[in-house]
Design a protein around this ligand. Structure first.
Ligand code: COA
Length: 156
């Protein structure tokens, strides 16, 4: 398997939109509404120009199969991931997550990487644990009981 990450660019706009709107991805999100194309276009243009948002495409043998995003606020960075439906459950999500976190940590050594995962999202919970995330407990996020995960040992 040749799994790689590359920076997302303007040509990934439509693919990221369609992945974000897959039913399981909406279900995993805290805002479960479908994302209109016009809203995505505006959001994407802002996201590409925002140094606090880092987006990678996950490629398997040069084919994009998913995306990972880091949203940074001060020294706290929240990560989210989505793999296209046909490629889930084959270890790509956890492997890509680990690769992306290592890369992000190397480039931002002081960043703590965290994720909030809805407690009902079993696949994602396992994928984050396999990637090296450690549960810090359950918190209510947007009304949803969610695991608060931190990547490996949080930095002080
Ligand atoms: C979450 C997501 C990225 C995980 O990627 P993936 O490639 O499917 O995950 P992996 O194959 O690496 O790992 C999934 C793990 O969950 C396990 N799993 C899957 N379904 C499960 C279930 N119903 N019960 C228990 N374990 C389950 C798998 O067996 C695997 O663990 P294992 O290899 O130890 O057996 C992907 O499923 C996805 O895009 N989901 C929709 C979006 C989402 O939920 N994003 C996360 C919120 S940010």
């Amino acid at each position: 398997m040749n799994l790689k990450l590359r920076d997302a660019d303007e040509y990934d706009r439509h693919l990221i939109w369609s992945i974000r709107n897959e039913p399981e991805v909406r279900e995993a999100s805290f805002n479960t509404n479908e994302i209109p194309w016009e809203d995505h276009k505006k959001w994407y243009a802002r996201a590409l120009g925002n140094e606090n948002i880092i987006m990678y495409m996950i490629e398997l043998d040069e084919i994009p199969i998913g995306t990972i995003r880091f949203d940074r606020e001060d020294n706290l960075t929240t990560v989210s991931i989505a793999i296209s439906s046909g490629f889930r459950g084959m270890n790509y999500g956890s492997a890509a997550l680990r690769m992306a976190c290592e890369k992000y940590r190397a480039e931002h050594p002081r960043a703590n990487i965290l994720a909030y995962i809805k407690c009902g999202n079993v696949k994602s919970t396992f994928a984050f644990i396999k990637a090296g995330f450690i549960s810090q407990g359950i918190e209510i996020i947007s009304g949803e009981p969610s695991y608060h995960f931190e990547y490996e040992t949080p930095l002080k």
